[in-house]
Write a protein that binds this ligand. Structure first.
Ligand code: ZN
Length: 132
């Protein structure tokens, strides 16, 4: 597994795009909505790791609930895997709780599955695999 991106929950994507562009000295390279997750995302490159900013696109979005509870900040760590079905089966076998037992479509041309933070020291972990 390799760290692919860090997801950060933000209240206002436009404001945060400006903030992180100033921080990195480079603008985001894409904005993409993920309807099924109720999020609007943008991506930055920082070295070999990406930064994904997430804004809620509706009130029932997990990002809206996260910000309401914890405020803005680091939301998840995403690890790239070669075979997401294999990893889901392997981790389930080890006793991890998966939120998605079947991969779903995520942003940035990825298939994704989240682990439940209760089984990972309260860190929300995303598995992702580039779509071929
Ligand atoms: Zn992500």
């Amino acid at each position: 597994m390799r760290l692919e991106h860090i997801g950060i929950a933000v209240k206002n994507l436009d404001d945060s795009n400006e903030l992180f562009a100033a921080l990195f000295g480079e603008a985001h390279y894409k904005v993409e909505g993920v309807e099924s997750e109720g999020v609007l995302t943008s991506f930055f490159k920082s070295g070999g790791v990406k930064i994904e900013l997430l804004e809620a696109s509706n009130e029932s979005s997990a990002i809206a609930k996260f910000i309401e509870k914890k405020g803005e900040g680091i939301h998840h760590l995403a690890f790239e895997v070669d075979d997401i079905e294999h990893e889901i089966a392997r981790l389930t076998g080890l006793g991890f709780t998966l939120i998605h037992t079947v991969p779903k479509d995520g942003a940035d041309n990825k298939r994704i599955a989240f682990l439940h933070p209760k089984s990972t020291n309260s860190v929300l972990v995303e598995l992702c695999q580039e779509k071929s």
